[in-house]
Every structure is written in C-alpha cells, then in structure tokens.
Design a protein around this ligand. Structure first.
Ligand code: NCD
Length: 305
C-alpha cells in the first residue's frame, strides 16, 4: 500500500485491495507462518466507542504476527474522562506503539488524528463516516464466496449512518458491481456519499423494498440500524425492525446468495437464517483476523523501510 494511514476506502485502488486480499489468503492457508514477523512491535488500541470484533481481531492479528498491544481501555477508565483531547491522547500513545487503531464517535476523527502522529493510523470507525478495514474483510468474504466481478449486491438497512456501508460502497466502485441500496427513505445514503459514488462511476440503484431485487442478488449485506447515531429516539423507533430477514424471506433468493452482516446484529437477521447455507456472517467476522494481519503487514512493512 502506498499510504501510511488507512482512513477511508477511497484511498484504496483495485491493486491495493487485491494485494491485501491475496496476502490474507496466503495467511489463511498457513496462519502460523507469520508468527515471527513482527517481534516487539506494539499496536496501540484507542477505542472511544464499544467494539468486540474489530478490537479483538486486530489484537489477535498483531499477536499472530509476533507483536503485542497496548490498549487505552474504555473512555470511562482513561484520561479522556479528565478532559484530554484526542490530539493529546494519540500523541501520547504514539510514544508507546508502532501503529494506532482508532475508533471514535466523531466523523473525521481518524483523519485529524493522523495529522498529529507519525505512526500509521487505521480508522476503525469514525462516527457515521468510514470503516475501511471492515471493508477489506467484507471484500475478502465476497471474493471467497461469489467473486468480485459481475456481481449484484444488495446493501440493506441503515445506509445513512452505517459507516461500513459507506466504505464498502466506495471500494466496490473498483470492480464490476451493481450496487442496490435498500432502506427506508429516512435512512438512504447521505447525499455526499451518493455524489462520490456517482463520480467514481458506481452502478447504483436505490429501493425501499427488498423483494424488488432479492432474486437477482449474489450478496445481501444486511446492517444494523445505528441507534446510537439518531438525534431523536422516536425517529429510531419509526424504523426499528422494519428491515428484517428470516428463512422465509430467503425462499425468494438464489441458493448461492451470500448473506453478510458486519455484526453485531440486533434483530435484522432472524436466528433461523444461521443454519442456512447462505449465512456467511460468522465466516465474515472470522476473516477479520487474516485480513487485518495482511493489512498490518502492509502498513508496518512500509514503516520498516
Ligand atoms: C460495525 C461498526 O462498528 O460500524 N461493527 C463492526 O465493526 N463490525 C457495525 C455496527 O456497529 O453496526
């Protein structure tokens, strides 16, 4: 990868993406083969919002590369609680770590943090903005299951606040992909994201009903309504539970459909889907480790040079 930081998926070319996915596939085939690659390397984890998968898979990834983590802990238990600024926090953690993984509720936080430090910064989610490392594992999962070209994908749920959606949609413009966005009108793609997608030549259509497109999809990417981003709880209640799939919904889908979800799910995928061959979301979350190993290897090897 040419850049020092990973802030948005728009900075990734098709060649960058393919290099990380190819490396991840090699790692997946021989997970123990990288155990001595980065002895003594420390990854700084700065999570200002809750996380299970992203944080734990980055931790596992650096450990499987022979390195270790230093973790800011929760906002409640850190000096952020005392009023420390983000800029000061990252400048301090830079002194303890060789790269930083940052999750923050404010859009643009990772970009701003990257201006204050010299070590690579990976954006692990900035508010309703972007989440590019999730995108890499999403693309890996798509490529593994159905391939990345001549693809029809339905992206459903919270397209307004869903940062995984914004990054995935950006990255998919590098491939021959028809993108169908399915959501209530109030949660459609933000105008700025739609504008960028059009500029990148995206083949996109927007729908309010899944049934209009389900039979033609190769991938259905379901997302959680981002309750924590709604300024008004009553607005959340209006849309909660509206876009839900279960085994019966999938009767109209292709047998080879891959149902994906960045997780956590709340109630948008019924547990009766879990045992169907189309359920791909746990495999997707497991792919976080080899893909993040490949990503860290790519960023850290640039630092070495
Ligand atoms: C996502 C996130 O944090 O944006 N989670 C994740 O990293 N897998 C999705 C979500 O919280 O809904």
């Amino acid at each position: 990868m040419r850049q020092d930081h990973l802030i948005t998926a728009t900075q990734l070319s098709r060649a960058d993406i393919e290099a990380v996915l190819d490396r991840a596939a090699e790692i997946d085939a021989d997970p123990a083969g990288m155990a001595d690659r980065y002895p003594g390397t420390v990854l700084g984890l700065c999570f200002f919002e809750p996380s299970t998968r992203t944080k734990m898979s980055f931790e596992t990834a650096i450990k499987r590369l022979g390195g270790a983590t230093t973790d800011m802990g929760t906002v409640e238990s850190s000096s952020v609680k005392k009023g420390e600024s983000l800029a000061d926090t990252v400048r301090v953690v830079e002194g303890y770590a060789d790269a930083l993984v940052l999750r923050h509720p404010s859009e643009g936080a990772a970009k701003m943090a990257a201006e204050f430090v010299d070590v690579p910064v990976i954006n692990a989610g900035d508010g309703a903005g972007h989440h590019p490392s999730q995108t890499l594992l999403d693309l890996y999962t798509i490529r593994d299951n159905v391939g990345l070209d001549d693809l029809s994908i339905g992206i459903m749920g919270d397209l307004k606040y869903g940062r995984t959606v914004h990054s995935l949609a950006d990255a998919l413009t590098n491939f021959d992909v028809r993108q169908h966005f399915i959501s209530p009108e109030s949660l459609q793609l933000p105008r700025s994201v739609r504008f960028d997608l059009h500029n990148a030549g995206a083949q996109l259509r927007e729908h309010t009903e899944l049934e209009d497109v389900l039979p033609e999809l190769d991938v259905l990417y379901v997302t959680r309504i981002q309750r924590e981003r709604f300024p008004d709880e009553t607005e959340y209640e209006k849309v909660a539970g509206e876009y839900r799939i279960d085994a019966e919904t999938l009767e109209a889908a292709d047998d080879d459909l891959a149902v994906m979800h960045p997780l956590p799910r709340v109630d948008e995928i019924d547990p009766d889907v879990d045992s169907l061959p189309q359920a791909t979301y746990f495999e997707q979350s497991h792919n976080g480790v080899p893909v993040r190993m490949a990503l860290l290897d790519s960023l850290l090897s640039e630092v070495d040079q």
